[in-house]
Design a binder for this molecule. Structure first.
Ligand SMILES: [Zn+2]
Length: 142
């Protein structure tokens, strides 16, 4: 995973839209999470229970983000993964809510996905705690 802790608002992305266009393209809840750094209520995403082989994608731009093989049951109420696809996501330090967390966003469109914590399973020891509403799921062709 590449780290971009030094870059903040100046970071630019291959996929860019105006706020108005994002609002038109996304559901209200996806807009709130992806574009306004919102968090969905835990346990509400149907993707929590998704167990099929396939690929989790960015709800904003469709970029593949996580292979279902890296998903695990963390019990935290959000879809969790131990590793993203190569180059799919970027991170930055998030000091909001009186916490120091590592924010995770789509490397293509900058959409906020969730946070990553150092308490995941091997082989990475990382837990990518993602908002389900910020993602789509494409099942593997049988
Ligand atoms: Zn995206």
């Amino acid at each position: 995973m590449r780290s971009k802790h030094d870059e903040t608002e100046a970071e630019t992305f291959p996929v860019t839209k105006t706020e108005e266009d994002w609002r038109a393209a996304l559901t209200p809840e996806a807009f709130r999470v992806l574009r306004q750094h919102g968090t969905e209520r835990p346990g509400t995403s149907p993707l929590n229970a998704e167990k099929r082989a396939g690929t989790f994608t960015c709800a904003g731009c469709g970029t593949p983000l996580f292979d279902a093989a890296t998903k695990f049951e963390s019990g935290c109420g959000w879809p969790s993964f131990f590793a993203p696809l190569e180059g799919a996501v970027a991170t930055q330090l998030d000091t909001s809510h009186m916490m120091r967390r590592i924010e995770v966003h789509c490397a293509q469109c900058g959409g906020h996905l969730g946070h990553v914590f150092p308490d995941g399973p091997q082989p990475t020891g990382l837990r990518f705690c993602m908002n389900g509403v910020a993602m789509g799921f494409a099942p593997e062709e049988a």
